[in-house]
Design a protein around this ligand. Structure first.
Ligand SMILES: Nc1ncnc2c1ncn2[C@@H]1O[C@H](COP(=O)(O)OP(=O)(O)OP(=O)(O)O)[C@@H](O)[C@H]1O
Length: 462
């Protein structure tokens, strides 16, 4: 399911307090800015006679706290990311005007100093459930037009891949580290800070020589959606009964750009001139995209630099975007300040189409189906074993019965044979008796004849 909404890029302006050099100028310090914070306006003075007023979504004076900046600039974007939309928070401005301070300050010792990155990660960690949701980060720098991994510095020249259908940008090969707690957040940001290119210039003792991009990948589970059946796209059409796990996947980009610099002012030399050239080139191509988008031009030169390719979704894309433009107070930098202010003004005209996409959580679904298959397989195996055992028992019983039958057969054959033998014996004995009887009868007859003869002789003698 997909929900879309129009959402203008929000732009806040922050002015840095005077730095040590500016304070040292004392009464000689000349400023070109005047804040009208209550009506969210900045008056930019070109000279004593000419000035222009600019309206912003918010104006922060030099005493504004990091907490307030987070709450006004970043919090609405983070909340939106927690709801499933993509988001971008970015700082843009001349070198030494407070971009890294606003975005990347760790504030480990003093929590009030914490910048947008730490606060955003802290906010997300406290709003999600580690049981059902997950958060992972990639931290990259764009240095001399090469994308490098700040968490795994051996990975350089990471490709930027754009999905031709969805326009989604990915960086295959970049480390994606799952985050569990705030301590881990500090560790990773510290590693990133150590690996980021920085140099001492006349404008800033810790000047970033690369654009830093923290990408927070968030995945939140939605309650199971009641559906009777769901079609699983595959070669064969299957249907899965029951609940369908849904997730919201969103991405938050927090970008600390390197600052534009004039080499005559920054005093860059040797390799640093090369760095400054690349920084200025990528910022100028970002400026061109912002102009084209603000003017609704039909061609947006996104492909002109890696920076604009990486920020494709942030301006004119599907992300909710908030931009802080940082300026210094000094009149010496009027022209850079003016160009920063105009960049912010143009960015305010850009309207993004934020989009919420509910996705079927195929990973969980796959696991669920896999569990089910496992369960059925082990059930089947158990049943098969049971059947096997039953079969073996039956076979055993059959064998016993067969043996019994065989024995029975053997026994009865023998009995019949014995009986027959006995019968023959009886018949033989009867036959002998009959013979004996006949013999006896013969003898009797002889004896009877003798008796008759004797009686006759006796009678004659009398
Ligand atoms: N609002 C602020 N309050 C106090 N100190 C600030 C503020 N903004 C900037 N600073 C200080 O000013 C100096 C320059 O700031 P930072 O390094 O953030 O500038 P940057 O715009 O990131 O510069 P670059 O583009 O050269 O990296 C740092 O010492 C920083 O601590």
């Amino acid at each position: 399911m997909c929900f879309s909404d129009l959402c203008r890029v929000r732009v806040a302006l922050r002015i840095r307090p005077k730095n040590a050099d500016e304070l040292a100028q004392g009464a000689d310090f000349d400023t070109c800015v005047e804040l009208q914070a209550e009506c969210k306006k900045l008056k930019l003075k070109k000279n004593n006679w000419a000035s222009e007023s600019y309206q912003f979504d918010e104006i922060f004076g030099e005493n504004s706290s990091q907490k307030r900046i987070y709450e006004v600039v970043a919090k609405p974007v983070v909340e939106s990311v927690l709801e499933g939309y993509n988001g971008t928070v970015m700082a843009y401005g001349q070198t030494g005007t407070g971009k890294t301070y606003t975005v990347g300050q760790l504030g480990k010792e003093d929590p009030s100093e914490r910048g947008i990155m730490v606060r955003a990660l802290e906010h997300i960690l406290s709003s999600m459930s580690l049981e059902t949701d997950s958060m992972a980060v990639s931290y990259l720098q764009l240095y001399l037009e090469s994308v490098q991994d700040l968490l795994a510095p051996e990975k350089t020249n990471i490709p930027i891949v754009e999905d031709s259908k969805t326009g989604e940008v990915s960086l295959p090969g970049a480390a994606i580290v799952e985050i569990k707690d705030l301590e881990h957040v500090f560790q990773l940001l510290q590693i990133g800070e150590t690996n980021r290119h920085a140099a001492d210039t006349k404008m800033n003792t810790e000047s970033s020589r690369s654009h830093a991009i923290l990408i927070i990948h968030l995945q939140r589970s939605l309650k199971m959606k009641e559906e009777n059946t769901v079609s699983i796209p595959s070669d064969a059409e299957h249907t899965l009964p029951g609940d369908l796990p849904l997730v919201l996947k969103s991405k938050l980009l927090i970008v600390d750009l390197a600052g534009s610099e004039r080499i005559d002012k920054s005093g860059s030399e040797g390799h640093m001139i090369e760095e400054a050239k690349f920084i200025n080139l990528s910022l100028s191509s970002l400026g061109k995209c912002i102009n084209a988008l603000a003017e609704n031009s039909s061609h947006i030169p996104t492909r002109d630099s890696k920076l604009t390719r990486m920020l494709r979704d942030s301006f004119g894309g599907t992300a909710r975007t908030s931009l802080v433009v940082t300026i210094g107070p000094s009149a010496r930098h009027y022209s850079e300040t003016s160009s920063t202010v105009l960049f912010g003004q143009r960015a305010m005209k850009i309207v993004n189409t934020i989009r919420l996409k509910e996705e079927v959580d195929y990973e969980t679904l796959y696991k669920k189906v896999e569990d089910e298959v496992d369960h059925l397989t082990s059930d089947m195996e158990r049943q098969q074993k049971l059947r096997q055992r039953e079969k073996m028992q039956l076979e055993k019983r059959l064998k016993v019965s067969e043996a019994f039958l065989h024995d029975l057969k053997m026994t009865s054959t023998m009995q019949i044979e014995n009986l027959e033998k006995e019968k023959h014996q009886f018949e033989y004995a009867i036959k002998r008796l009959m013979q004996e009887l006949e013999e006896k009868e013969g003898q009797n007859n002889v004896l009877s004849e003798k008796i008759v003869h004797l009686e006759t002789s006796l009678n004659e003698k009398k």
